[in-house]
Design a protein around this ligand. Structure first.
Ligand code: FES
Length: 164
């Protein structure tokens, strides 16, 4: 009786050792597999449709800032980044979305009702209501979502967002 108890305890310890080994191997193995994933697939993984809200909630002609967060897993590390875009409803059915990232050095622009455009607080860049350059050091207009990167489905505005 005592013998069989001893054997089953030893078996139990063996089982636990293999079990723990398996867990450790999986822990080491998964990031290694992640490392082997083709960079092209990785790029696709960083691309996603982000819902910004019902079209009817956006006031026509008034740029509205919508913030969202994306989390990224890189091996052991998980990071969360927040982003913002301006949704501009042009009419009952038309909409366009601008990134709030200044194309100069990446500060966040704000919509100014008084200026009638987007202003960057860092080096005074000004973008027009269409995202075009008005003045400042920025090399190009604000990035925009339209066509293939913008959709309104079941009344909800979404953008195809690619995390850089
Ligand atoms: S970062 Fe916007 S003007 Fe420089």
């Amino acid at each position: 009786m005592a013998g069989s108890h001893h054997i089953s305890r030893r078996d139990f310890i063996k089982l636990m050792t293999f079990g723990a080994g398996g867990v450790i191997a999986a822990g080491i193995g998964l990031p290694a597999i992640d490392y082997l994933i083709d960079p092209a697939l990785r790029k696709n993984a960083a691309e996603a449709w982000i819902p910004l809200g019902p079209l009817e909630n956006f006031v026509i002609g008034k740029p509205t800032l919508v913030n969202f967060t994306r989390s990224k897993v890189n091996g052991w590390e998980r990071t969360a980044n927040s982003y913002g875009v301006f949704v501009v409803r042009k009419s009952e059915t038309e909409v366009i979305v601008f990134s709030n990232i200044c194309t100069h050095l990446g500060c966040r622009v704000n919509w100014s009702e008084t200026a009638g455009g987007y202003l960057c607080p860092c080096h005074d860049a000004e973008f027009g209501p269409d995202g075009g350059i008005v003045r400042g050091p920025q090399p190009r207009p604000l990035d925009r979502y339209e066509g293939d990167t913008l959709k309104v489905e079941e009344g909800v505005v979404s953008i195809l967002f690619t995390e850089g």
